[in-house]
Design a protein around this ligand. Structure first.
Ligand code: FPP
Ligand code: MG
Length: 617
């Protein structure tokens, strides 16, 4: 998020300094002319700021906080999101967003009223949350384009002087496909409910307002502003006019409205306009938010366990709900494939008596172990990119990376210990020893041009396939499989893991950094010989091999050398041969589970085996 200088009004971040109360002017009488609306709203909120939360809670019987929680949920706020709360007022919505992010993301609250922000800041400090407050104008936001993943606004669009300008600004600062979520008072479709609602606002709500602040006029304005505000189709119209696809969600019989708007790119906007039908209604929104395509074989394989995988993500974040673990959340949420937890869940849920809770905790533990190994592996390999993000040691230094790996590893074992299933604990302890053995053997084997296929396979069995096999084994144990089937499923995982790592090594030569989210040519530049390179050396005489690989010890990082080797491996057919070998392992994996009862999940096993060899990232 960058602060832009486009606004005439300089933004002012409130970072702990005393905020002076502006002087109180007398309220504007009667209807508020447009040009006077802004100073009027300023006076109103300055007057009621200290008691505004009381009024909200009492007048809505606590429903207002329930509605805000719905907004935060529907906005799908993730820990790494940059979130802007426009017209943040006393900060309730921003505080819920920051709480959901467990202090890891970036939450900015902006409001034009200093008295309201003072209340917000006080609450935020009491809760020890990190939120940056800005005093500024919602209709001229002081941020550059595409700065935020989510923009939220609660019960304030009614108070904007020019609604379209405000919405345009909110959409402008969102990244493409980012979401603007608006919570506003509603306009119930049922006329009787609508009349009763207005009667309530002009009587009960005004009395409550008077009792808590000693003033009538602010609450007369608030009641009128609800009555006069646009209907849901009109709000949707405005949102569409500022390049947003919109969905309307009435809450509590329409007493409150939520608008979920997705920022469209220019192309999407023209498509949506050409497909628009003027008779579209609230029930049938004109344009649905854009969803990324979900057709890959991995996505298909994960469909039956999607709910459990989401529970694993929640559990992972719970395990990391400690200030020392905050730095690693970006990596956990950076979009890893979650293949290992998926295998725990799949092998468990295909069993005859799955222990769902234990499966979710075990799947969480294996993802923690996997992330620990990645952090340590990236130090060893001096890699700079992981899951399209800077590696942990690049971002936070090697000391913290070593410790964070150990922290995640111990967190995983604490979780496993709580399960009190000694078999699961035993398997995972063995796996961790094997992972280290594999890495040690890979380091020992560096620069050995005479490395054989069987030696390579032992290394990747230990450093990669052991964990994948262990995931299947513990999943099967918790799924209630018989010992023989557990052995078959462990062997399935082993073969899948071998296929998976061989393809990883092929992609290191043929892949694309953007697609992979990590650097390419990263094996050989550390002197590690992978299967396609071993196959290449087998096509050469010793003299040819030594000549081709001469720069390996001194200049292995030279991009020209690495590209030359990758091209030689491709033209010698070595990469294709390695891919065929991976396909053989995947086929064996498939055969191993053919005889086992899989509770209707055979398709998912098949898709995973296909994915292991067809993947491009
Ligand atoms: C991938 O290697 C291998 C691993 C991720 C395993 C690493 C294991 C350790 C560092 C042992 C530490 C163990 C614990 C329990 C903390 P790769 O470099 O071929 O894969 P890449 O291309 O994804 O980096
Ligand atoms: Mg590596």
């Amino acid at each position: 998020m960058e602060v832009s200088t486009r606004s005439s009004q300089e933004p002012q971040a409130l970072c702990g300094q005393t905020i002076l109360e502006p002087s109180l002017n007398s309220p504007a009488p009667g209807p508020v002319p447009t040009e006077e609306k802004r100073p009027f709203i300023q006076r109103l909120f300055t007057r009621i700021a200290p008691r505004y939360d009381w009024f909200n809670r009492l007048a809505s019987c606590g429903l207002d906080q329930h509605w805000r929680k719905t907004v935060v949920e529907r906005a799908g706020i993730q820990p790494n999101h940059r979130v802007l709360d426009v017209c943040a007022g006393t900060g309730d919505l921003a505080i819920l967003c920051a709480t959901r992010q467990r202090g890891v993301g970036l939450v900015v609250g902006l409001d034009m009223n200093r008295a309201m922000l003072t209340c917000a800041q006080r609450k935020q400090r009491a809760k020890q949350l990190a939120i940056t407050w800005f005093e500024g104008d919602a209709e001229a936001l002081p941020f550059t384009n595409d700065s935020f993943d989510r923009v939220v606004v609660g019960f304030s669009t009614r108070n904007l002087t020019n609604l379209t300008n405000g919405l345009r600004e909110m959409v402008r600062v969102l990244r493409p496909n980012g979401q603007l979520v608006i919570l506003e008072t509603g306009h119930p479709a049922n006329p009787i409910v609508w009349l009763a609602y207005q009667a309530f606002l002009f009587t009960v709500a005004r009395v409550v307002g008077f009792l808590v602040t000693g003033e009538w006029w602010p609450f007369t304005y608030l009641a009128k502003s609800v009555r006069q505000f646009l209907t849901p189709p009109q709000v949707m119209e405005r949102l569409q006019s500022v390049h947003a696809a919109v969905q309307y969600l009435p809450l509590s019989c329409g007493l409150a409205s939520v608008y979920l708007a997705t920022k469209l790119s220019q192309d999407q906007h023209s498509t949506s306009l050409s497909g628009m039908n003027d008779s579209a209604t609230i029930d049938r929104p004109r344009w649905q938010p854009h969803e990324p395509p979900t057709s890959s074989t991995l996505d298909q394989a994960l469909t039956p366990i999607r709910r459990e995988l989401d529970a694993v993500t929640e559990r992972l974040l719970e395990q990391l709900d400690d200030p020392v673990a905050r730095n690693v959340v970006y990596l956990i949420t950076a979009g890893g494939k979650r293949l290992r937890p998926a295998l725990v869940l799949l092998t468990g849920l295909s069993g005859r008596a799955p222990n769902r809770r234990a499966l979710i905790d075990t799947a969480t533990a294996v993802e923690l172990i996997h992330t620990a190994t990645l952090i340590h592996d990236d130090i060893i390999d001096q890699s700079q990119l992981r899951r399209a993000q800077p590696t942990f040691h690049e971002r936070w230094g090697t000391e913290r990376a070593l410790l964070m790996g150990d922290y995640l590893h111990s967190t995983a074992f604490r979780l496993l210990a709580q399960l009190q299933v000694p078999e699961v604990m035993g398997v995972m302890a063995d796996v961790c020893q094997q992972l280290c053995r594999g890495e040690l053997r890979e380091v020992e084997a560096r620069y050995r041009l005479d490395l054989r296929e069987d030696e390579y396979l032992e290394i990747i069995r230990d450093k990669t396939a052991s964990l994948i096999s262990g995931c299947c084994q513990v999943g099967a144990q918790l799924g209630g499989y018989a010992p023989d089937a557990i052995r078959h499923l462990a062997a399935f995982g082993l073969h899948l893991g071998l296929a998976f790592q061989i393809i990883d090594d092929c992609l290191d030569l043929t892949g694309d950094t953007r697609e992979l989210g990590k650097s390419i040519h990263a094996d050989l530049d550390k002197g590690a010989l992978s299967l396609p390179i071993i196959y290449l050396t087998q096509t050469l005489s010793t003299t040819e091999r030594d000549r081709l690989f001469a720069p390996l010890r001194e200049h292995a990082t030279d991009p020209e050398f690495l590209t030359r080797i990758a091209q030689a491996a491709a033209s010698a057919g070595a990469i294709a041969r390695a891919q065929r070998r991976a396909a053989e392992f995947a086929r064996t994996a498939q055969e191993l589970v053919a005889q086992i009862p899989l509770n209707g999940l055979m398709g998912a096993y098949q898709q995973l085996s296909e994915y292991a060899v067809s993947r491009r990232s």
